[in-house]
Design a binder for this molecule. Structure first.
Ligand code: NAP
Length: 157
């Protein structure tokens, strides 16, 4: 039985993975920006986290390690896909894509790493995308954010 943190566990891959690992007997902690709403519908523990907000990451990390003694796995899943032509994508929309997919993932990882180092154990799984390795038309900023993640995690590894 492992203790596994999954960011963005309210829908899609995150929800599917959290339910599966919970069913297999693991101690799953999922996150959502609407934690109360999600907690009412799922069997695993939910904590509040907005990965674009450094204060939220700080409070979340404190709460997490008050809830669990040890964390075995961090699954960086929270993220979304921005679709659109480069010249039609606003700077604001592009920045939010990076704040979420890249900086959000990096900042959550940075918050957890000191605990992993202290424990002398811990695994990090990051949900990238095919578009972290190749770029399809209409997804320039999304592909860039996932390429950036690939670079960060290759260096970290
Ligand atoms: N769907 C695909 O075809 C596909 C393919 C390759 C890779 N991916 C990657 O897989 C991951 C999950 O995608 P999905 O399709 O399953 O997406 P989804 O169903 O839209 O779920 C996205 C999750 O991310 C969370 N999230 C979004 N913004 C957040 C923020 N600012 N702070 C904290 N959590 C945030 C959402 O949580 P709340 O809204 O509850 O906070 C939600 O649980 C993403 O990293 C995506 O890039 C998806």
């Amino acid at each position: 039985m492992k203790t596994i943190l999954i960011t963005g566990a309210s829908s899609g891959f995150g929800l599917m993975l959290a339910n599966k690992l919970h069913t297999e007997g693991h101690n799953v902690i999922g996150t959502s920006r609407n934690a109360e709403k999600l907690q009412a519908t799922v069997p695993f523990k939910v904590l509040s986290l907005d990965v674009t907000d450094e204060k939220s990451i700080e409070e979340f990390t404190k709460q997490l390690f008050e809830t669990v003694k040890q964390l075995d796995v961090l699954v960086n899943n929270a993220g979304y896909m921005l679709i659109g032509l480069a010249e039609e994508t606003s700077a604001e929309a592009g920045k939010l894509q990076f704040e979420t997919n890249f900086w959000g993932t990096v900042n959550v990882t940075k918050a957890i790493l000191p605990y992993f180092r202290k424990q002398k154990s811990g695994q990090i799984v990051t949900v990238s995308s095919m578009m972290g390795l190749l770029s399809l038309p209409m997804h320039p900023i999304y592909a860039a954010s996932k390429h950036a993640l690939e670079g960060f995690f290759k260096s970290l590894r």
